[in-house]
Design a protein around this ligand. Structure first.
Ligand SMILES: [Zn+2]
Length: 319
């Protein structure tokens, strides 16, 4: 072989090597890219079924087909959500656990924390509670918030809090009215939910009471209830101690003057008691009794959430 031939052969080898080194991976990459694009399109379709049609059975099948071809965490997360809604709690938990276990490999940390929240919720709730939750909350699944869980507390969202110095015996005076029974029931609901953290005692002497509650015909503004709280600041520990709370509950709606039904008296009173307990501000999450929406003066539920209870417990240092 002469020199020229050697150079030509070497050159050809070089070109072939370059082709193998560049084109082949590129080709592969393009293939992968197309596959990912296809999966993404399928994923979008599955999500549509999940959110728009709320057909969790079809959505679950759809997500499970996708995850056969990839182990992308996002797909697994939605698969877990669909399983959750189908009340397949154990399967949902297994899927979420896989996300949590592989969290160090996952870039999307928000997704991991969402998965962890739901996983904890599944672990902490009884089956009965979970079924109840799904019955009333599946509509609350939304793309941005994923799922609103009645877990944890909103203590860190509160700008102002205060406590009763003697929470074991908070004296309550409820003035006689047509709604007296319902109002007293609201105090009992909080009392039971809080366990030993706070106890209410009904008294007949309004002067001696810590909390007074009067019904009024109507309140100004778009309000059904109002609570004025008075407190002293302890100079030593900086804590704010409640000295008095004055509650007012309206019997008639603003504007329409319609008589407020029992359910709304109960939910309003539950909300106002939350203020009288020391939650001076509001929760940002719908479903909490301390949630406040300025566009609607009515509460959606007449019950305190676990988050409401946990928040009060935290204020009193019992968590
Ligand atoms: Zn309020």
């Amino acid at each position: 072989m002469n020199k020229k031939k050697i150079i030509t052969v070497s050159l050809v080898i070089c070109i072939v090597a370059v082709i193998i080194a560049v084109i082949v991976p590129l080709w592969k990459y393009a293939g992968l890219f197309m596959q990912a694009k296809k999966l993404n399109q399928e994923f979008a379709l599955c999500k549509k079924k999940f959110y728009e049609a709320e057909n969790y059975y079809i959505a679950e099948q759809c997500f499970s087909d996708i995850i056969k071809n990839t182990n992308r965490i996002e797909y697994k997360y939605y698969h877990a959500l669909a399983l959750f809604n189908l009340m397949e709690f154990d399967k949902s938990k297994a899927e979420l656990k896989e996300i949590i276990d592989n969290s160090s490999l996952v870039k999307n940390k928000i997704l991991v924390s969402k998965a962890k929240n739901i996983y904890d919720f599944l672990n902490l709730s009884s089956e009965k509670e979970l079924i109840y939750f799904i019955k009333y909350n599946d509509v609350e699944l939304s793309e941005e918030n994923s799922i609103r869980l009645d877990i944890g507390d909103y203590f860190s969202d509160l700008s102002k809090t205060a406590v009763w110095q003697n929470p074991q015996k908070v004296k309550v005076y409820v003035a006689k009215s047509s709604r007296m029974k319902t109002i007293k029931r609201a105090f009992q609901i909080w009392d039971e939910a809080l366990g030993s953290t706070v106890n209410f005692v009904f008294v007949n002497d309004k002067q001696a009471a810590d909390i007074t509650c009067f019904c009024v015909k109507q309140l100004d503004g778009m309000r059904l209830g109002s609570t004025k709280t008075y407190f002293n600041k302890d100079k030593k520990n900086g804590k704010k101690y409640l000295s008095k709370a004055k509650m007012q509950i309206a019997l008639h709606e603003p504007e329409t003057n319609k008589v407020i039904d029992e359910k709304n008296i109960l939910s309003t009173t539950l909300h106002e008691i939350g203020h009288a307990l020391g939650i001076i501000s509001h929760s940002k999450q719908k479903g909490d009794i301390m949630y406040y929406d300025s566009s609607s003066y009515k509460q959606s539920k007449a019950e305190v959430s676990k988050r409401d209870v946990n928040t009060v417990k935290k204020i009193y240092g019992n968590i």
